[in-house]
Design a binder for this molecule. Structure first.
Ligand code: ZN
Ligand code: ZN
Length: 259
Protein backbone atom coordinates (compact mmCIF):
# COMPACT_ATOMS: atom_id res chain seq x y z
CA UNK A 1 0.00 0.00 0.00
CA UNK A 2 1.44 3.37 -0.95
CA UNK A 3 1.70 5.77 1.93
CA UNK A 4 -0.71 8.64 1.62
CA UNK A 5 0.28 11.89 3.18
CA UNK A 6 -2.24 12.52 5.90
CA UNK A 7 -2.70 15.94 7.36
CA UNK A 8 -2.64 15.60 11.11
CA UNK A 9 -5.50 17.26 12.87
CA UNK A 10 -4.56 19.98 15.26
CA UNK A 11 -6.62 20.17 18.40
CA UNK A 12 -7.01 21.49 21.92
CA UNK A 13 -8.57 19.29 24.55
CA UNK A 14 -9.76 20.65 27.88
CA UNK A 15 -8.53 18.11 30.43
CA UNK A 16 -10.14 20.28 33.06
CA UNK A 17 -12.22 23.40 33.47
CA UNK A 18 -11.95 23.93 37.25
CA UNK A 19 -10.78 27.27 38.54
CA UNK A 20 -9.38 28.26 41.90
CA UNK A 21 -9.46 26.29 45.11
CA UNK A 22 -12.89 24.98 45.93
CA UNK A 23 -13.98 23.67 42.55
CA UNK A 24 -10.57 22.00 42.37
CA UNK A 25 -10.65 20.56 45.90
CA UNK A 26 -14.11 19.11 45.43
CA UNK A 27 -13.34 18.19 41.79
CA UNK A 28 -16.71 19.59 40.73
CA UNK A 29 -14.84 20.09 37.49
CA UNK A 30 -11.55 18.40 36.64
CA UNK A 31 -8.30 20.36 36.83
CA UNK A 32 -6.08 18.71 34.23
CA UNK A 33 -5.18 21.70 32.05
CA UNK A 34 -5.13 21.90 28.26
CA UNK A 35 -3.65 19.39 25.84
CA UNK A 36 -2.59 20.92 22.52
CA UNK A 37 -1.58 18.89 19.48
CA UNK A 38 -0.12 21.03 16.72
CA UNK A 39 2.64 20.89 14.15
CA UNK A 40 3.25 17.27 15.07
CA UNK A 41 3.96 18.21 18.69
CA UNK A 42 2.06 17.50 21.89
CA UNK A 43 2.03 20.22 24.49
CA UNK A 44 0.41 20.27 27.91
CA UNK A 45 -0.55 23.60 29.44
CA UNK A 46 -1.12 23.97 33.19
CA UNK A 47 -1.24 20.38 34.50
CA UNK A 48 -3.30 20.88 37.63
CA UNK A 49 -4.29 18.09 40.03
CA UNK A 50 -5.40 14.95 38.20
CA UNK A 51 -3.85 15.88 34.86
CA UNK A 52 -2.21 12.47 34.57
CA UNK A 53 -5.47 10.71 35.51
CA UNK A 54 -7.36 12.74 32.91
CA UNK A 55 -4.87 11.79 30.20
CA UNK A 56 -5.35 8.10 31.00
CA UNK A 57 -9.16 8.33 31.20
CA UNK A 58 -9.42 10.47 28.07
CA UNK A 59 -11.10 8.88 25.04
CA UNK A 60 -9.08 8.45 22.91
CA UNK A 61 -6.40 8.08 25.54
CA UNK A 62 -3.72 10.76 25.62
CA UNK A 63 -0.27 9.32 26.17
CA UNK A 64 1.86 11.62 28.36
CA UNK A 65 5.06 9.88 27.22
CA UNK A 66 4.30 11.43 23.81
CA UNK A 67 4.55 14.97 25.21
CA UNK A 68 7.11 17.31 23.69
CA UNK A 69 6.61 20.20 26.07
CA UNK A 70 4.84 21.37 29.20
CA UNK A 71 3.96 25.02 29.71
CA UNK A 72 3.11 26.51 33.10
CA UNK A 73 1.37 29.88 33.01
CA UNK A 74 2.01 30.20 36.75
CA UNK A 75 2.82 28.23 39.85
CA UNK A 76 -0.58 28.04 41.57
CA UNK A 77 -1.60 24.48 42.44
CA UNK A 78 -4.72 24.44 40.26
CA UNK A 79 -2.33 24.95 37.30
CA UNK A 80 0.83 23.24 38.45
CA UNK A 81 0.19 20.42 40.89
CA UNK A 82 0.91 17.58 38.45
CA UNK A 83 3.92 19.21 36.78
CA UNK A 84 6.47 16.85 38.36
CA UNK A 85 4.67 13.64 37.50
CA UNK A 86 4.04 14.95 33.99
CA UNK A 87 7.74 15.73 33.54
CA UNK A 88 8.47 12.18 34.70
CA UNK A 89 5.90 10.86 32.22
CA UNK A 90 7.17 13.01 29.31
CA UNK A 91 10.67 11.67 29.90
CA UNK A 92 9.53 8.06 30.31
CA UNK A 93 10.29 7.94 33.98
CA UNK A 94 13.35 10.14 33.63
CA UNK A 95 15.12 7.56 31.48
CA UNK A 96 14.71 9.40 28.20
CA UNK A 97 16.03 12.95 28.17
CA UNK A 98 13.46 14.79 26.13
CA UNK A 99 10.99 17.63 26.03
CA UNK A 100 11.00 21.24 27.11
CA UNK A 101 9.47 22.73 30.24
CA UNK A 102 8.44 26.39 30.04
CA UNK A 103 7.64 28.20 33.28
CA UNK A 104 7.97 31.56 34.98
CA UNK A 105 11.12 32.01 37.05
CA UNK A 106 9.33 31.79 40.38
CA UNK A 107 8.28 28.20 39.64
CA UNK A 108 11.93 27.24 40.01
CA UNK A 109 12.99 29.52 42.84
CA UNK A 110 12.45 29.45 46.60
CA UNK A 111 9.84 26.85 47.50
CA UNK A 112 9.96 25.61 43.88
CA UNK A 113 6.86 23.95 42.51
CA UNK A 114 9.17 21.98 40.21
CA UNK A 115 11.22 19.52 42.28
CA UNK A 116 14.99 19.22 41.91
CA UNK A 117 14.29 15.52 41.41
CA UNK A 118 13.15 16.18 37.82
CA UNK A 119 15.66 18.93 36.87
CA UNK A 120 17.76 16.66 34.70
CA UNK A 121 14.92 14.80 33.03
CA UNK A 122 13.83 17.20 30.25
CA UNK A 123 16.03 18.32 27.41
CA UNK A 124 15.82 21.81 28.87
CA UNK A 125 13.91 24.36 30.92
CA UNK A 126 13.04 27.72 29.44
CA UNK A 127 12.08 30.60 31.69
CA UNK A 128 9.05 32.54 30.46
CA UNK A 129 9.22 36.31 30.22
CA UNK A 130 6.56 38.72 29.05
CA UNK A 131 5.97 39.33 25.34
CA UNK A 132 8.47 36.73 24.21
CA UNK A 133 8.47 34.04 21.54
CA UNK A 134 9.18 30.37 22.12
CA UNK A 135 9.12 27.27 20.00
CA UNK A 136 8.68 23.53 20.27
CA UNK A 137 9.84 22.29 16.87
CA UNK A 138 7.49 23.98 14.40
CA UNK A 139 4.96 24.94 17.07
CA UNK A 140 5.44 28.54 18.10
CA UNK A 141 3.88 30.40 20.95
CA UNK A 142 4.17 33.81 22.50
CA UNK A 143 3.62 35.09 26.02
CA UNK A 144 1.46 38.13 26.66
CA UNK A 145 2.16 40.92 29.10
CA UNK A 146 2.70 40.02 32.73
CA UNK A 147 -0.66 39.52 34.38
CA UNK A 148 -1.80 41.03 37.65
CA UNK A 149 -1.92 37.97 39.86
CA UNK A 150 -0.16 37.08 43.15
CA UNK A 151 2.65 35.20 41.37
CA UNK A 152 4.41 35.66 38.02
CA UNK A 153 1.77 34.79 35.41
CA UNK A 154 1.60 34.95 31.61
CA UNK A 155 -1.12 34.20 29.10
CA UNK A 156 -0.24 32.50 25.82
CA UNK A 157 -0.82 33.12 22.12
CA UNK A 158 -0.42 30.52 19.41
CA UNK A 159 -1.87 29.34 16.10
CA UNK A 160 -3.80 26.17 15.30
CA UNK A 161 -4.74 25.63 11.67
CA UNK A 162 -5.37 29.11 10.34
CA UNK A 163 -6.70 30.46 13.65
CA UNK A 164 -4.85 32.59 16.16
CA UNK A 165 -5.71 31.68 19.73
CA UNK A 166 -5.13 33.28 23.12
CA UNK A 167 -5.23 31.56 26.46
CA UNK A 168 -5.88 34.33 28.98
CA UNK A 169 -4.66 32.80 32.23
CA UNK A 170 -5.53 34.04 35.72
CA UNK A 171 -5.35 37.79 36.12
CA UNK A 172 -7.08 40.82 37.48
CA UNK A 173 -8.76 42.79 34.70
CA UNK A 174 -6.71 45.62 33.22
CA UNK A 175 -7.25 47.28 29.87
CA UNK A 176 -3.87 46.33 28.36
CA UNK A 177 -5.19 42.76 28.15
CA UNK A 178 -7.31 43.87 25.19
CA UNK A 179 -4.46 44.85 22.88
CA UNK A 180 -2.38 41.97 24.06
CA UNK A 181 -4.85 39.20 23.23
CA UNK A 182 -6.36 40.33 19.91
CA UNK A 183 -6.79 36.91 18.30
CA UNK A 184 -9.47 34.92 16.44
CA UNK A 185 -10.27 32.78 19.45
CA UNK A 186 -9.88 33.73 23.09
CA UNK A 187 -9.96 31.24 25.95
CA UNK A 188 -10.65 33.12 29.16
CA UNK A 189 -10.15 31.97 32.76
CA UNK A 190 -13.34 33.28 34.36
CA UNK A 191 -13.25 32.42 38.05
CA UNK A 192 -15.97 34.65 39.50
CA UNK A 193 -19.56 35.29 38.50
CA UNK A 194 -19.61 38.70 40.19
CA UNK A 195 -16.79 41.17 40.76
CA UNK A 196 -14.71 40.46 43.88
CA UNK A 197 -12.57 43.58 44.35
CA UNK A 198 -9.22 42.82 45.90
CA UNK A 199 -8.93 39.33 44.45
CA UNK A 200 -6.89 39.16 41.26
CA UNK A 201 -9.18 37.09 39.07
CA UNK A 202 -11.52 37.79 36.16
CA UNK A 203 -15.27 37.80 36.68
CA UNK A 204 -17.98 37.41 34.05
CA UNK A 205 -18.28 41.19 33.55
CA UNK A 206 -14.54 41.38 32.89
CA UNK A 207 -14.90 38.56 30.38
CA UNK A 208 -17.74 40.45 28.69
CA UNK A 209 -15.54 43.54 28.51
CA UNK A 210 -12.69 41.58 26.94
CA UNK A 211 -14.95 39.82 24.45
CA UNK A 212 -16.63 43.08 23.41
CA UNK A 213 -13.36 44.93 22.95
CA UNK A 214 -11.44 42.11 21.27
CA UNK A 215 -14.41 41.03 19.11
CA UNK A 216 -13.06 37.52 18.41
CA UNK A 217 -14.59 34.90 16.12
CA UNK A 218 -15.14 32.79 19.20
CA UNK A 219 -14.71 33.21 22.96
CA UNK A 220 -14.43 30.21 25.26
CA UNK A 221 -15.02 30.55 28.97
CA UNK A 222 -13.21 28.14 31.31
CA UNK A 223 -11.54 27.82 34.75
CA UNK A 224 -14.75 28.23 36.69
CA UNK A 225 -14.90 28.97 40.40
CA UNK A 226 -17.85 28.13 42.64
CA UNK A 227 -19.93 31.20 41.85
CA UNK A 228 -19.55 30.67 38.10
CA UNK A 229 -20.50 27.01 38.38
CA UNK A 230 -23.59 27.86 40.43
CA UNK A 231 -24.59 30.35 37.75
CA UNK A 232 -24.36 27.62 35.09
CA UNK A 233 -21.57 28.62 32.69
CA UNK A 234 -23.38 27.33 29.59
CA UNK A 235 -26.37 29.58 30.31
CA UNK A 236 -24.11 32.57 30.96
CA UNK A 237 -22.26 31.87 27.70
CA UNK A 238 -25.57 31.67 25.83
CA UNK A 239 -26.67 35.03 27.29
CA UNK A 240 -23.40 36.68 26.37
CA UNK A 241 -23.70 35.31 22.86
CA UNK A 242 -27.17 36.82 22.49
CA UNK A 243 -26.16 40.11 24.05
CA UNK A 244 -22.91 40.59 22.13
CA UNK A 245 -23.65 38.80 18.88
CA UNK A 246 -20.35 36.95 19.25
CA UNK A 247 -19.96 33.18 19.49
CA UNK A 248 -19.37 32.48 23.19
CA UNK A 249 -19.18 28.96 24.62
CA UNK A 250 -18.54 27.55 28.07
CA UNK A 251 -15.89 24.82 28.09
CA UNK A 252 -16.64 21.46 29.69
CA UNK A 253 -14.30 18.70 30.81
CA UNK A 254 -13.17 16.72 27.78
CA UNK A 255 -14.25 19.35 25.25
CA UNK A 256 -12.12 19.20 22.11
CA UNK A 257 -11.69 21.82 19.45
CA UNK A 258 -10.32 20.61 16.15
CA UNK A 259 -8.65 22.79 13.55
ZN1 ZN B 1 -6.24 29.38 38.60
ZN1 ZN C 1 -3.74 31.54 39.85
Amino acid sequence: MPKTKQKLTEFIKFLGTAGARFVMIKQLRASGGLWISAQGKNILVDPGPGSIVRCASSRPKLDPTSLDAIILTHRHLDHANDINVMIEAMTEGGFKKKGIVFCPKDALEEDPIILKHVYNFPERFEVLKEKSKYRVGDFEFETGIRHIHPCETYGLKFKLGDRSISFIADTKYFKELIDCYKTDIIIICVVFFEPRPGIDHLCLLDAQELITAINPKQAILTHFGMTMLKSKPHIQAEELKKRLGIDVVAAYDGMTLEF
